[in-house]
Design a protein. Structure first.
Ligand code: DGI
Ligand code: FE
Ligand code: FE
Length: 194
């Protein structure tokens, strides 16, 4: 499927603000790909599809995962919204015809991150957090600068801020998010002790 066709389909599946966010992530991912020497087309496709499952109702998310044998952990059972990442990767493959495993993986891990992510995983994880429509996170200005200079450091900062936010609001931490931070904190420490 051509990206223009994908774009029309995504627009139909999402509400207006989620679609605007999606376009923001797509173009931010393109810019990050330029800055870090990564193929722009793949970054844009992953950005376009990353939230394609976001507006599926939560009970439907759980049903679809069970039907297609997508494993659900206890955090996801409690917060089915988290499943839009795994389900998004599944739909990207089955409904949008994506075969590129790197793109599918970037969609799959875009919410929690993962230890030692690929460049594309990092680009999508970061673009999702810094796209122009985002305005709530602390230190966005600094995080946006880091995004174009050091991917590992930027991911470390976003994970740190996300965990702080989740602790403050008493949100359950997904083991995937914790594992990601346990890995990426090494980059944070490097800047503190150097
Ligand atoms: O889908 P988006 O809103 O564009 O962004 P996203 O896929 O990164 O999802 C963002 C939400 O996911 C945000 O409110 C923080 C939440 N999140 C990330 N890691 C965890 C988490 N929520 C819980 N409960 N536990 C986590 O470990
Ligand atoms: Fe998302
Ligand atoms: Fe998103």
């Amino acid at each position: 499927m051509e990206r223009n066709e994908m774009r029309k389909r995504v627009k139909k599946q999402l509400d207006k603000s989620r679609y605007e966010h999606t376009l923001g992530v797509m173009y931010t991912a393109a810019s990050l790909a330029m800055a870090h020497g990564y193929p722009i087309e793949d970054a844009m496709t992953a950005g376009l599809l990353h939230d394609c499952a976001k507006n599926i109702p939560d009970d439907e998310k759980l049903k679809l995962c069970k039907k297609h044998h997508i494993p659900i952990n206890s955090t996801e059972q409690e917060r089915p919204c988290l499943l839009h990442a795994k389900l998004g990767a599944f739909l990207a493959q089955t409904e949008y015809g994506i075969k590129n495993q790197g793109i599918l993986h970037a969609i799959q891990v875009h919410t929690t991150g993962e230890p030692d992510m690929s460049t594309l995983d990092q680009i999508i994880y970061i673009a999702d957090y810094i796209e122009p429509m985002r305005d709530k996170a602390p230190d966005l200005e600094e995080v946006r600068k880091l995004a174009f200079t050091d991917l590992n450091l930027c991911v470390a900062r976003i994970l740190h801020d996300t965990l702080t936010y989740l602790h403050e609001k008493g949100g359950k931490i997904d083991p995937g998010t914790q594992r990601s931070y346990d890995y990426y904190r090494q980059f944070e420490e490097k800047t503190i002790y150097q």
